[in-house]
Ligand binder design. Sequence first.
Ligand code: HEM
Length: 233
Amino acid sequence: MATSTAPAPAARKGPPTILLKTVVAASGLFFVLFVLVHMYGNLQILISPEAFDEYAHHLRTFGEPMLPERSFLWVARILLLVSVAAHVWASMSLWRRAGQARRTRYAGKKKTSYGRFYAKAMRWGGLALLAFVVFHILHFTTQTITVAGEYPSPAERVISSFGVWWAVLIYTVAMIFLGMHLLHGIWGAAMTLGLNTSLQRAEQIRFVSIALSTIIVVGFLIPPFAIFSGIIE
Ligand code: HEM
């Protein structure tokens, strides 16, 4: 029984909770796709700095001469920006809604401390990731933040940056946050999209979320550590 004056779900303003959750899940799955492609691109540096620069160059010239230079890059940037805005807006709305639900004390089921930990980790971890992405764009894209001097080629910027211990530390911490966010996020997205139709399917989803998060974290961390340890120079 409710003991406070917080609005009942039917009287709540704003979009239905399931719509907000679907927006979070769909934009989240788009990010998974993006980070997989980005990770693949970064791994080109293991082949050679030239291979990495060529990949970065292709991103800018993809579709030429039919399309103007950088059109593919700008389409991807706009899609990412819209997805980030939708992901943040929908998850903030759900966060606020969960706060209202907590103030309405129901005699029924309480959230477990495990569930509370994950909810908190997703919210604060998500905000930390957002801060990382801003730092990351200022570092590698706009080059407003220079770690180890200014270099004309993307490969030189990456190699010089990851010779610096604190840059490796920042990226390592960020990738751990990313891994935790993905681990629970992929699982949550699959639940929202109704993919857990059986016990066996739930096991498969758990496996996929662990495998994908591990591959992404390890894949992103290989270049910084290979550079810092002198394997790539
Ligand atoms: C160790 C991890 C990472 C490294 C070494 C790395 C490296 C880079 C580099 C070198 C660029 C510039 C590429 C160019 O100039 O062509 C870039 C751009 C970018 N990265 Fe990363 N990245 C990492 C992780 C991430 C993660 C986890 C995300 C997202 C969650 C991310 C999102 C982006 C975005 C949005 C851009 C800007 C693309 C643009 O607008 O040009 N990166 N990254």
